[in-house]
Every structure is written in C-alpha cells, then in structure tokens.
Design a protein around this ligand. Structure first.
Ligand SMILES: Cc1cc2nc3c(=O)[nH]c(=O)nc-3n(C[C@H](O)[C@H](O)[C@H](O)COP(=O)(O)OP(=O)(O)OC[C@H]3O[C@@H](n4cnc5c(N)ncnc54)[C@H](O)[C@@H]3O)c2cc1C
Length: 398
C-alpha cells in the first residue's frame, strides 16, 4: 500500500486552504459566467501557488508528481470543477511536450511558462485531438481500422502545413499554445497520426465556435480551425505517424486527473447534503436521523473513499498505467454521478434549485463520464489486455 509523503500532505493542505480562500466564493459566479470566458483573476492567483507550472518535469521546476496533482485536483474540484478541468487540460498539454522527448522544444517552451507565472501572467496551453467526426475512435485502445481524421498535415520545406477543424478543445480560445494532432496520411487514416505544437497567434488559427455546456462551465469548450498553418519541424511532438503511443500515454495521465476531479465533485455534493440533512427537519426530526437518509449518506461516504483510494493508487503507480487510470476514472465518475444524484435527492425540491448548489455538482459530475475518453472507451481500455489473455493485473487474477 502507498502512503503520502510529507510533501504530498503539505500540497494537499495548502491546496485545501487555497481552494477555500479563492474558489469557494467564486464557484457560483464561475458557473454563471458567459460561455468562453475564464476567470483571469483566479488564474493569476493560481500563479502565486505555482499551479500553472506544477506538472512540469521536476528538472524544469515542476513541483507536483502525479499523486500530488491528484490531491490538488480533488481540493480544487471540491469547490469548482470547471476551472479545475481547465487547469488539468493546460497541464496535460504541457505533459504532451514532456513526453515527446523533444528537448529543444522543452527548452523553448517550459521556461516561458515559468517566466509568465513569475510575472503573474498565466500562459495557458490547450490540447486538441478530438474532431466532430472523430471522438472515441481516436482513443480506442486497440484502434479502429477505418478511423479517419479530418485535420491533415502536409509536408513542406522544413515543416508541415496543417489544415482542418478541431472540436471540444478545453481552453482553445484562451490558450497561447496548442498541442494539436493531425494525420499525414493521404487517406486521412489514423496510421498517420502526428503531434505538433503551435502558438495560437500563428496566422490561420481561428476559433469558430464557443459551446454552451451542461456543466464544467468555467472551462471553455471550443471549436477551431487551422487554415494552412505552417508548423516548423522543431515544433513536432512525434515522428510522422508516431502519435498513437503518445495519445495512449497521455490517457493514463488525463484519466487520473479526471478521477480526482470526480472525487472532488462528489465530496462537495456529499458535504452539501450532509449539512442539509443536519438542519432540515421533517417527520419530527432532522433528516439525518431518518435511517433511509443515514443509509444514503453512509453509502455516499463509502463510495467517495473507495474512489479516492483507487484514484490515488492509479496516480501513485509508475510508470502510469492506463488500465488502472481508466478504472479510477470510470469508478470515480460513475460514483460522482450517483453521489450528486443522491445529494439532490436528500435536499428535495431545494436541491433542484440553483440556490442550493447541488444541481451544479450533478451537472459537473455528468461531464466527467465523457471527458478524457468516455466511460465506455475507458472500459474497453480495461478489457483490452484480456484480448490476448494477458490478464488484467488486478489482485487475484492469474
Ligand atoms: C468537458 C470536456 C472537455 C474536453 N476537453 C477536450 C480537450 O481539451 N481536447 C480534446 O481533444 N478533446 C476534449 N474533449 C473531448 C472528449 O475527449 C470526447 O468528448 C470523447 O473522447 C468522446 O468523443 P465524442 O464526444 O465525440 O463521443 P463519440 O465518440 O461520438 O461517442 C458517443 C457515444 O458512443 C460511445 N462509443 C463510441 N465508440 C464506441 C465504441 N467503439 N464502443 C462502445 N461505445 C462507443 C461513447 O462511449 C459515447 O457514449 C472534451 C470533452 C469534454 C466533455
């Protein structure tokens, strides 16, 4: 069994204090802000505590390992999961650079993130893989033979020209840099999947739509297109056709973070329901004294604890394990939906109103079953190792 280090405990406590001071009071206004907007004041505060650079590799002054990042995500999402998702997407895009092994690129972009953070000017990254016609196919664990991608990369002197559209890109309208995936195959097949980075002030980058979403509203979700955007060779994340392995590696990072965010959402919903059950009197006594309500609270608390343990196990496992991370993400997000649903139930009609806050957790929780690979695709990732009868690697399996 793993244990938290002193450093991880300190990160968890400081993030808890930071979230209570800076996110608690902002949560409702973040949820109500117009689509596409981000809270720059909060992001500047995040610079103070190093959140924009936290997940850089340690020798580029990153301060959080994967378990610390999960602890931080839970604390932030306990109050506001949308902006937590935006920060997680930013860190994931930086991780794509770290995993690329492109030292020249790292030397160029990581110090820029740190310097901007030191100036209290958040410099955001975003990652663009999904397209309108290519969603789950891009994350399918064993690949989809006839999978196609519309964004193309065509070889030009000393670089590539990228053209096409991307969908559901978190923070794509506010990011300064993008990690973006395109195919070099003439037939647009996924065999040609290749990774690039580009600054969003490159001529030819256009945001085409800002989407209104069910939940996680503090995280802008946008569509954009690239119109003959030139990317020099130095900005390649992978060799031609080499991005599938990178995408799968990133899934293990992303799903752990998503699991931690889901645990945070569930914790917030549970806390609201618990408080309500203590003060609301019906049937002659506070709700908390009714056995059926007690049973609901007991199950909620148990499921949160179980999801947290699985999330921490996945986050503490090195190298990152996509099966374990997928398990954590599925378990935690399904749990968050159930806990948030029960929180609304315990709060009755009041729970359905925006005043109560439980419905926000309910909307945010639902999003977590889709983000980072839908739970169906995550389940396929869990069963993929079974196909060659390799075993799932869980305790008790041969
Ligand atoms: C809040 C949020 C943030 C996001 N951020 C980003 C981002 O920053 N960058 C980015 O690139 N993408 C991002 N996405 C997109 C996300 O990765 C996709 O939504 C996800 O991969 C699913 O693709 P899709 O939405 O097109 O669903 P589809 O692929 O159309 O799936 C629809 C349904 O069919 C099921 N399904 C599909 N294929 C199979 C199959 N083979 N077997 C069984 N069931 C299947 C799915 O599970 C789902 O229930 C984000 C999404 C959300 C909700």
């Amino acid at each position: 069994m793993f244990e938290w280090t002193e450093e991880q405990q300190a990160i968890s406590s400081s993030m808890r204090r930071f979230a209570q001071h800076e996110l608690r009071w902002r949560a409702r206004q973040l949820d109500a802000s117009p689509p596409g907007t981000v809270d720059w004041a909060f992001l500047r505060k995040s610079c103070d505590v190093g959140l924009l650079s936290a997940q850089l590799p340690p020798h580029y002054d990153g301060t959080m390992d994967r378990l610390s990042a999960a602890l931080a995500a839970e604390e932030l999402a306990r109050w506001e999961a949308g902006i937590t998702t935006l920060l997680a997407s930013h860190s994931l895009a930086l991780t794509s650079v770290a995993l690329s092994g492109n030292i020249t690129l790292m030397e160029r972009v990581f110090p820029e993130v740190l310097a901007a953070e030191a100036r209290h000017e958040p410099l955001l990254w975003a990652l663009a893989l999904t397209e309108r016609r290519a969603g789950s196919d891009l994350l399918h664990p064993v690949g989809v033979p006839d999978g196609r991608m519309m964004m193309t990369a065509t070889r030009r002197e000393a670089g590539y020209v990228l053209s096409g559209r991307k969908a559901y890109c978190a923070g794509g309208n506010v990011a300064t840099w993008l990690s973006v995936f395109a195919t070099v195959s003439q037939d647009r097949s996924l065999e040609g999947l290749t990774g690039f980075v580009l600054p969003t002030n490159t001529p030819g980058f256009h945001v085409s739509e800002i989407l209104q979403t069910l939940g996680l509203r503090a995280c802008p979700l946008v569509e954009f297109y690239l119109d003959n955007v030139y990317v020099p060779n130095e900005h390649c994340l992978t060799p031609e056709g080499g991005a599938t392995a990178l995408v799968h590696a990133l899934s293990a990072y992303e799903r752990c973070q998503a699991a931690a965010i889901a645990v945070g959402i569930a914790r917030g919903a549970f806390e609201l329901a618990r408080q309500h059950a203590l003060i609301r009197v019906q049937g002659g006594s506070p709700l908390v004294q009714h056995q059926m309500v007690q049973a609901m609270l007991a199950d909620m608390a148990t499921h949160i604890e179980a999801a947290r343990l699985l999330t921490h196990k996945a986050a503490a496992t090195e190298p990152p394990d996509v099966v374990l991370s997928s398990m954590a993400k599925v378990f935690a997000s399904d749990m968050a939906v159930k806990v948030a649903t029960d929180a609304v139930q315990i709060m009755g009609a009041y729970g359905t109103t925006s005043k109560a806050g439980a419905e926000k957790y309910f909307r945010d929780a639902k999003m977590m079953q889709i983000v980072a690979g839908t739970n169906e695709i995550c389940r396929l990732a869990m069963t993929a190792p079974l196909l060659p009868y390799a075993g799932l690697g869980v305790m008790g399996s041969d």
